[in-house]
Design a protein around this ligand. Structure first.
Ligand SMILES: [Zn+2]
Length: 336
């Protein structure tokens, strides 16, 4: 069977004709398989959804319990038969519940990675390489300039700044699903044991992470109604990046603006966003992780999507691996 007959792009998303399902469709479809809970991959309104239990829980928290007609939990490593096509989910190391999806039919196996990373992350299961004929890789940071430093170093810079300016507050912009909880967990791993203040939009998801056994320590609300300015002297406050533009951010004493993202490697981007303390912490694979992963899968062919396709396609060609960009529409990184 040809790979392009097993999975092909359609306006709704990546479609499997023999199995009659979509992976991470961007429009409502009858049957969707979903890699993880970020809003560009997980949408509401599908007839049925197959995803890991944690991804289903996260979708329920974000969109409401009736966000899909029916749901089925995929147990990582177990095979599900969909119209004669074998489907299995494998950890992607991106955010809690994130999975790669392996699709196998008549001797052809394709793995759709979704978003993934290889850096250790205490808030989710580590990426598990799966041997396959075709590997579909993301390429958010698919340029050799992107090399993420160890996350512990970035957190150490944050804590150094907090110790240096005990009267000021540190406001950390971090995406609500995954990045925010990872930053909090990293702070705990570095020995930070004071309460961490969180924006209201992080509460439900952070609570869910804690319920799944990921200890984030004491989290207190940093809402506009609670506490006076002085309460937040020396505090570390975590919120979604969008919150820092509004009234909410102005209540903190002499705040130092921080942003946790792989894009903080680009100094200009930090500067334009008014970020004083950029933290290069990414939930996506960097260049070295992308190329190492491609080799580990043993795939003879690579399809590259979500980002900087050209450089990675070129790298594959130089390595003697067939590669092409896979143009899927409607994806923006919610959690870079
Ligand atoms: Zn994602």
């Amino acid at each position: 069977m040809r790979a392009s007959d097993l999975l092909k792009p359609r306006p709704e998303g990546l479609y499997c004709p023999p199995g009659d399902f979509f992976i991470d469709p961007v429009r409502p479809v009858d049957r969707a398989l979903i890699t993880h809970g970020h809003s560009d991959h997980a949408r509401s309104g599908h007839g049925s959804v197959l995803a890991t239990q944690q991804t289903l829980d996260i979708m329920g928290l974000r969109y409401g319990e009736d966000c899909a007609g029916t749901t089925q939990a995929a147990v990582p490593g177990e095979t599900v038969d969909l119209n004669g096509v074998s489907v299995s989910f494998h950890p992607a190391g991106h955010v809690l519940g994130s999975a790669q999806i392996a699709v196998e039919h008549r001797g052809m196996r394709i793995v759709a990675s979704g978003d993934y990373k290889r850096q250790k992350d205490a808030t989710c299961e580590p990426f598990e390489p799966v041997r396959c004929d075709v590997f579909i890789t993301e390429a958010t940071f698919g340029l050799p300039v992107f090399r993420h430093p160890p996350d512990a170093e970035e957190i150490a810079r944050l804590l150094k700044s907090a110790a240096q300016f005990p009267e000021r507050s540190h406001l950390i912009g971090a995406y609500a699903l995954g990045k925010a909880q990872r930053v909090m967990r990293l702070l705990r791993d570095a020995g930070y044991d004071r309460p961490i203040y969180i924006h209201g939009t992080l509460a439900k998801l952070s609570e869910y992470y804690q319920s799944q056994g990921i200890d984030l320590g004491q989290l207190d609300p940093a809402t506009v109604d609670s506490g006076g300015k002085d309460d937040f002297a020396g505090a570390i406050v975590v919120g979604p990046p969008a919150a820092f533009a509004d009234r909410w951010a102005r209540r903190f004493p002499d705040p130092i603006s921080c942003f946790a993202s792989g894009w903080m490697r680009i100094r200009q981007r930090a500067k334009q966003g008014g970020v004083e303390l950029p933290l290069i912490i990414s939930d996506h694979a960097d260049w070295d992780e992308l190329t190492a992963t491609i080799k580990e899968t043993g795939a003879a062919e690579i399809w590259v999507t979500h980002g900087r396709e050209e450089a990675l396609v070129r790298w594959c060609e130089l390595e003697g691996i067939a590669a092409r960009p896979l143009h899927l529409v409607g994806y923006e990184d919610e959690g870079d």
